[in-house]
Design a protein around this ligand. Structure first.
Ligand code: SF4
Length: 374
């Protein structure tokens, strides 16, 4: 039997400073623990590989946090361990996230040397005022510099992350950021709407009435204008917030949305392997102390819901065949009445083998999903 390749996600949680909107599992002021973290992470990778065997791997994603804050020798050890323990395919996509404020030529050279072939830069905005409001550590000039540095190191598969629905942002401001990012000629762009997360400075400011966020209507306008502008520049929207030139989708994320198996390493990382959800501990100290991950065997209902919900984020939608193959039952056998109702209402369409959200369906996605999967 052929073993399907899996993806690997490695979480590197160190940051120079916490951004004002960030509730990701990331730590500022803990750089002195990078070495201990590297050793614990490599130990976890080795341990997991002993359990699963030397699985074929088609994608590796170094996320954070700020992976570019790791020392080149630490990056070398981490990726070296991955290559030792898994059968990373020769054409595997290997991505590293990087912060334009911390990216160095040494890091890039080591990353390139170790097979990293895709770089994802967190730029967020081209306006200095917005970058300051967000609490970012870099300027736009540093984003441009980081792109130059990356290209000089041989990276041509670049993603740039931007944010929309920022405080006080209108279409003119977002358009200017998008155009400056487009001028850097990335192969991929992610444009995420700001989400307020409890426990962040942004959340508190909003509660105190001091964060003027765009109304829902404006947010939707920013979203669709973004899609239109990027499509005009040859980027197709393949997921709610992700756009790329043809053939430059992020395979790692795409496989996750298609509900392929993946393993997660590092604090708070999650994985899905053979129907079991693995979730690592959240805290840095707890992780370094070797606290075991939670393992949860997903029920059939959990897996059906997850596969359908993730696929509906994609422009290609939910493949009826892929769903039935994995779940042993058809989508319409499970949710026929409600799906037909939403098709009739114009929120979903059947396109060939796939169930796809319409534009209006995307706008109402949260409510729609709740309706289908209460
Ligand atoms: S750089 Fe990224 S992970 Fe670090 S604090 Fe900012 S948003 Fe969070």
């Amino acid at each position: 039997m052929t073993i399907q390749p899996v993806g690997l996600y490695l979480h590197l949680p160190f940051c120079e400073k916490k951004c004002s909107y960030c509730d990701f599992p990331s730590y500022a002021g803990r750089l002195h623990q990078r070495e201990a973290y590297t050793q614990t992470l490599c130990g976890e990778i080795r341990q997991r590989a002993r359990e699963t065997g030397k699985l074929p791997v088609d994608t590796v994603f170094l996320g954070g946090g700020t992976p570019s804050l790791m020392k080149p020798a630490q990056l070398e050890q981490i990726l070296g361990t991955v290559f030792d323990c898994f059968d990373v395919q020769t054409d595997a996509e290997i991505t590293s996230e990087g912060n334009p404020g911390t990216l160095t030529r040494d890091y890039l050279d080591m990353a390139k040397n170790m097979g990293v072939n895709r770089l994802s830069l967190g730029a967020q905005s081209a306006h200095e005022g917005e970058l300051q409001t967000l609490g970012r550590i870099h300027t736009w000039a540093q984003v441009e510099e980081a792109v130059k540095l990356a290209r000089a190191a041989g990276f041509d598969n670049l993603n740039i992350d931007l944010m929309s629905a920022l405080p006080g942002q209108d279409w003119k401001a977002l358009k200017a950021s998008l155009e400056k990012a487009l001028a850097l000629q990335p192969a991929h762009m992610s444009v995420y709407s700001l989400i307020l997360e409890e426990g962040t400075p942004f959340y508190d400011l909003h509660q105190a009435g001091q964060l003027p966020l765009p109304e829902d209507e404006v947010e939707r306008e920013l979203y669709w204008n973004t899609a239109e502008l990027l499509e005009k520049h040859g980027f197709h929207r393949y997921e709610i917030s992700n756009y790329c030139k043809s053939g430059f989708e992020c395979c790692h994320n795409l496989n996750t949305w298609r509900y392929h198996d993946y393993l997660g390493f590092g604090l708070s990382a999650a994985g899905l392997y053979r129907g079991v959800r693995q979730k690592n501990v959240n805290g840095l100290d707890e992780y370094l102390n070797g606290e075991a991950p939670q393992m949860e065997a997903l029920t059939a209902a959990d897996q059906r819901f997850e596969q359908a919900m993730l696929a509906l984020r994609l422009r290609e939608g939910l493949s009826l065949e892929a769903f039935e193959k994995r779940q042993g039952i058809g989508v319409f056998d499970l949710w026929g009445d409600i799906l037909h109702r939403h098709i009739k209402d114009g929120l979903l369409v059947l396109a060939g083998d796939a169930l796809v959200l319409t534009s209006r369906g995307f706008d109402l996605m949260d409510r729609l999903l709740l309706d289908i999967f209460p």
